[in-house]
Design a protein around this ligand. Structure first.
Ligand code: NDP
Length: 249
């Protein structure tokens, strides 16, 4: 059953990539025609509801595993929860767009994805994966942690810069500058991607590798549409900026 779920997840990431290459996920700046997308919830509540399964459901699945109380799975659990506690319960309260709404269809599809993803990753860490203390585990875990926290820092700092663009009380959009915004228009997505590559290196789990693929399938098309959107909206938007990967894409 686990392998079948991995296959379903792989197929879903390919479909998501194809869909998102043609259509923009309707939240944030790409959520304009509110009637078209049906019922909606306040943005902040939407983030909390849709990301919570990655904290709570993950923890429950993890706790059922036979290796739940052993060292390496516990360390990897810490990494996962570090990111998702931020994403579910801290990031939503930093947002400067509390008046905005998020369509229920986005929330529902994210819950579905987060449940699948949490199950696959938690089940691997505490039940299926075999971790023993040897040089390979120590080296890959250390390298993975370095990438994970570098990615976290990049996306945390980038989100912070974006959110503070509205400190003057305005609700519109401005050109972000500084830090990695000098190179790409969505360094927050780049940081997120590096975070999950780090988690894969630390855990060498097939579920984590699939999650990297899904994150890329989701964030690459979105970063490209963000860049196009900036170029159309701001004639003075710096022409040398890429979308996601400095000097490349
Ligand atoms: P965005 O970059 O679109 O927006 C982040 C926040 O900054 C929003 O509050 C947005 O407001 C505001 N903002 C963005 N650009 C500007 C600007 N130019 N001027 C003023 N305010 C701005 O990110 P997302 O909302 O798509 O994602 C948020 C976080 O979630 C990111 O860190 C991302 O990495 C993560 N994420 C991860 C995914 C994954 O697959 N792992 C999938 C999706 C998101 P507004 O909402 O009004 O546009």
């Amino acid at each position: 059953m686990y392998n079948s779920l991995l296959l379903i997840m792989f197929a879903a990431s390919v479909l998501a990539f194809i869909y998102l290459s043609f259509f923009k996920a309707p939240y944030g700046r790409h959520y304009q025609n509110e009637k078209k997308w049906g019922a909606s919830l306040p943005n902040r509540l939407g983030w909390i509801i849709m990301e919570s399964p990655s904290v709570l459901f993950f923890l429950w699945v993890y706790s059922q595993g036979q290796n739940a109380l052993t060292l390496w799975p516990l360390l990897l659990l810490f990494l996962w929860q570090f990111h998702y506690i931020y994403r579910s319960y801290i990031f939503p309260f930093k947002l400067s767009n509390a008046h905005k709404r998020m369509p229920v269809i986005i929330i529902a599809s994210s819950i579905l994805f987060n449940c699948f993803n949490s199950y696959l990753n938690a089940k691997w860490l505490s039940d299926i994966g075999q971790y023993s203390t040897n040089t390979v585990t120590i080296v890959t875990f250390t390298l993975g942690c370095l990438l994970f926290f570098t990615g976290f820092y990049i996306h945390y700092r980038s989100d912070d810069i974006l959110i503070h663009l509205r400190d003057d009380g305005s609700q519109g959009y401005k050109i972000p500058n500084g830090f990695l915004f000098e190179y790409v228009s969505s360094p927050n997505y780049l940081g997120e991607l590096i975070t999950w590559i780090g988690f894969y290196v630390a855990s060498h789990s097939p579920a984590a590798l699939l999650f990297v693929g899904f994150t890329l399938a989701n964030l690459l098309p979105r970063s490209l549409s963000h860049l196009k959107w900036y170029q159309n909206k701001f004639p003075d938007f710096p022409r040398n900026r890429k979308a996601l990967i400095p000097f490349v894409i």
